[in-house]
Write a protein that binds this ligand. Structure first.
Ligand SMILES: [Zn+2]
Length: 403
């Protein structure tokens, strides 16, 4: 595929450099201007001899223009044919429907799901105008045509996320800190995230680097004790931050100079961390699922294409094994983690639709059959991996395909 892209670039440049089309256009414009001039001369001319002279001049111009245009068209057509032959014929030398072996049935409900996945992607990116198609009703009130299956509260949530991210890019952390403080229980207790602490550290550095030393100290006194009390290892970070104010922020002799540097990249990093945690709190993965699916398809496409080409050459080659590909697909690690295969750690067997993976309240995962064996008659049982005790009705089926 990359060879094809390279060839595409070369041919496209050749095509762009082809001057025959623009030369033909230029000649035509000049010819029109000449005709217009001659037309005016004809209107003013009384002498018949001179009149005929102008007509013959016009004929000569026409002959030159026609012959040049034919030659320009011939050359540009040959460039176009070459471009078609080298690029377009190769790019479209397959039927997309043949290339992908496993297809989604185009049932109304499946199409709706795809539609909603696209909408969700747009919502996440803050492209809300595209999603909410508003019309005025007869009374002039706005009516939303929004699909009822998209949770409307997500619109305001992702709007908030994008507004906060914009502020972070402008080095304004106030809203991000407010959100992190409001969600500190979920962030710290359930996720073990130190987003709130990182935001406060960055705000402190912002004061320090802008020369507002007293404001930095006041800020540190207000916020840092909470994080030292909850985790004593934070004291090391706070000590370094507080000691750094003994030195000027641009003093390269300061032992904290490299450690407490501040640039736009600090704000970019905290933006990414913030989006990750914001999405987690909402129960979403950081990356848009439809983006990951398309990316995965894009990466694996050349391999599918190659397989189909080989298959066409050799009719005997066929593959009917369900849910398994006859070739390896090399995907980057961040796409592999959604691999739908799960091996039960108790039975050591791969889970299936009939024997799906089940999550215990402690988030350990077993196959349904292992869970049933452990529970015996639906009674309470202990997780094989931690001290948690639970009953089967507290366990939830895990769907690895649902990212
Ligand atoms: Zn457990």
């Amino acid at each position: 595929m990359s060879d094809l892209l390279e060839l595409f670039n070369i041919e496209l440049n050749n095509f762009k450099q082809n001057e025959h089309i623009s030369k033909g256009l230029k000649d035509t414009r000049n010819f029109i201007t000449k005709l217009e001039t001659l037309e005016k001369e004809l209107e003013a001319e009384q002498d018949e001899k001179e009149y005929n002279q102008i007509i013959s001049e016009a004929n000569n111009h026409h002959k030159v223009w026609e012959s040049n245009l034919k030659s320009n068209l011939k050359n540009s057509n040959s460039t176009l044919n070459k471009f078609n032959k080298n690029i377009l014929d190769k790019i479209y030398d397959f039927e997309l429907n043949d290339v992908y072996i496993y297809k989604i049935d185009k049932t109304p409900s499946n199409l709706k799901l795809i539609d909603n996945a696209i909408k969700l992607h747009l919502i996440r990116n803050g492209d809300l105008d595209i999603i909410v198609d508003k019309n005025d009703d007869d009374n002039g009130n706005e009516v939303s045509n929004e699909d009822p299956r998209i949770d409307l509260s997500l619109l305001s949530k992702f709007t908030e996320m994008n507004q906060i991210l914009k502020k972070i890019q402008n080095r304004d952390l106030s809203d991000a800190i407010q959100w992190a403080t409001k969600n500190e229980n979920i962030l710290l207790t359930q996720m073990g995230s130190d987003l709130e602490f990182n935001l406060h550290k960055l705000q402190y550095l912002e004061y320090y680097h802008s020369g507002q030393i007293f404001e930095a100290v006041r800020y540190a006194k207000t916020w840092f004790p909470k994080f030292i009390n909850s985790n004593s290892s934070n004291l090391t970070d706070v000590s370094k931050l507080m000691s750094s104010i003994l030195f000027n922020h641009n003093d390269s002799n300061s032992p904290y100079h490299k450690l407490n540097k501040l640039s736009n990249s600090n704000f970019q990093e905290i933006s990414i961390l913030f989006s990750k945690k914001y999405c987690s709190v909402l129960g979403f993965s950081f990356e848009s699922s439809i983006f990951l699916i398309l990316l995965s398809g894009y990466i694996s496409f050349p391999t599918f294409l190659k397989f189909i080409q080989i298959k066409h050459l050799n009719n005997k080659l066929d593959w009917t094994t369900h849910n398994e590909l006859p070739f390896e697909i090399n995907q980057p690690d961040f796409l592999k983690r959604f691999h739908p295969i799960f091996i039960c750690p108790v039975s050591k067997e791969e889970t299936t639709l009939e024997n799906p993976p089940m999550a215990l309240p402690c988030h350990h995962i077993l196959s349904k059959q292992s869970l049933q064996k452990l529970s015996r008659n639906g009674g309470s049982f202990k997780c094989p991996y931690c001290p948690t005790t639970c009953i089967p009705s507290q366990c939830k089926q895990v769907n690895f395909g649902s990212i």
